[in-house]
Design a protein around this ligand. Structure first.
Ligand SMILES: *Cc1c(COP(=O)(O)O)cnc(C)c1O
Length: 397
């Protein structure tokens, strides 16, 4: 006999909802933020530069530019790559909408190239096949934390004179052939949203080895103003100039203090994420209803997400029913992501469902399980137990 599912009135596996991701904030983090609140600078003080230096060091980049969120980081990277009206940028349909939206902010045209079946990262062969005379850049996404096919993409970018931008919102701490993510592409962007690897409350970072691009992004995050406050104070002058149109994408010292404090814990948290992922993969090895995430050679994932693909032909119900049943067991499963070109805004631009068969059929089967460093062994065991319970109940006999 199988256990009665919570969705059918049975006892749930746990009493309180286990979220799929959440931040870890300790007393040290709180103290660092309080220190800033008691200091003379709340925004754009010493913490910005300190955090930028620490972040650049952590990912092996020359420059890190902190901004107000990961979407602003993408926007400034797209600006730094010189994207304007009519320029084409190639990216993946299987990502958070911000990746593609950043191109639209600059009136660029998004070209979606399908993903690889195994990694679910953008397929270099598909990228190559859509590059044309108007193509200016590629935005690769390290989906779920597993680095994209960066060697192949870099090769295409070099040969076709494109800028390689990497949306590494999922991949802080990941490595590709032993190189840290953040040190490889011309521009790499990160998010400091609470669900990501480290948080500043809100925040984003662009890393690059190109000092001129970094300078330009630092101007653009501050309205396009070409001279900073300290230099004005030094020269005893009120004069400043706007050379090109920018935004207020600054990150405050309050946020930077939190981000910097969190950065110190990244290594421990990555270890915990990797241990949880390894345990899930071991536990699900004998469950024919799920396909566990592929681990591709030469790279180490940062495990932002743990995604299984349901083998729907072995189940009597669809993904929505499995999702609802797991939620009823108080396991906060999620789905990442609805393919970007399916959204009404993109449909109105002329994109048609069905043009990215690998991404779209994978999407129909995807389910994200809870994974975050503060999860206890009991939390992991609850997720495994709920998966076994729900899949056993819906197994085709
Ligand atoms: C979270 C995320 C972003 C945006 O980050 P925000 O800080 O929320 O603006 C961009 N791309 C991907 C793939 C993300 O997961």
């Amino acid at each position: 006999m199988t256990d009665r599912l919570a969705i059918d009135g049975g006892q749930p596996v746990r009493d309180v909802m286990l979220p799929y991701g959440r931040q870890c904030v300790d007393e040290e983090d709180v103290q660092r933020v309080v220190d800033v609140l008691r200091s003379p600078w709340l925004t754009t003080g010493p913490k910005v530069g300190e955090f930028e230096a620490a972040f650049a060091d952590a990912v092996g980049a020359r420059e890190a530019v902190v901004v107000s969120n990961g979407t602003a980081a993408l926007h400034l990277a797209v600006c730094a790559a010189g994207i304007g009206a009519g320029d084409q940028v190639v990216t993946t349909p299987l990502t958070f909408v911000a990746t593609a939206n950043a191109v639209r902010f600059q009136q660029g045209d998004v070209v979606f190239a399908d993903v690889c079946e195994e990694s679910l990262n953008i397929d270099p062969a598909k990228v190559e096949s859509v590059v044309g005379p108007r193509t200016r850049a590629i935005i690769a996404v390290d989906f779920a934390g597993q680095p994209a096919e960066l060697d192949e993409l870099r090769d295409i970018a070099t040969r076709r004179k494109l800028t390689l931008i990497e949306d590494a919102a999922h991949a802080l701490g990941a490595t590709y052939h032993e190189c840290p993510i953040g040190s490889i592409s011309t521009l790499t962007t990160f998010s400091l949203h609470p669900v990501k690897h480290i948080t500043a409350g809100e925040g984003g970072v662009v890393t690059t080895d190109d000092a001129a691009l970094a300078d330009r992004m630092r101007r653009l995050r501050n309205h396009g103003i070409t001279r900073d406050d300290k230099e004005r104070a030094r020269r005893a002058s009120w004069h400043y100039e706007i050379d090109e149109l920018g935004w207020n994408y600054r990150l405050s010292d309050i946020h930077c203090a939190l981000g910097q404090s969190q950065l110190g814990k990244l290594a421990t948290w990555l270890e915990r994420r990797r241990a949880i992922a390894a345990q899930y993969t071991r536990e699900f090895a004998d469950l024919p209803e799920v396909q566990v995430p592929a681990v591709c050679g030469g790279r180490e994932s940062a495990w932002h997400l743990y995604l299984v693909r349901l083998n729907l032909d072995r189940l009597a119900v669809d993904r929505l029913q499995v999702f609802r049943a797991l939620r009823a067991e108080n396991i906060g499963v999620n789905v990442h992501y609805i393919p970007v070109p399916w959204h009404p805004y993109y449909r109105r631009l002329g994109y048609r469902a069905g043009d990215w068969p690998v991404a779209e059929s994978a999407y129909e089967r995807l389910l994200s399980l809870p994974i975050w460093p503060g999860m206890s062994d009991a939390d992991v065991a609850d997720t495994v137990r709920a998966m076994r319970k729900v899949l056993a109940a819906y197994r085709l006999s």
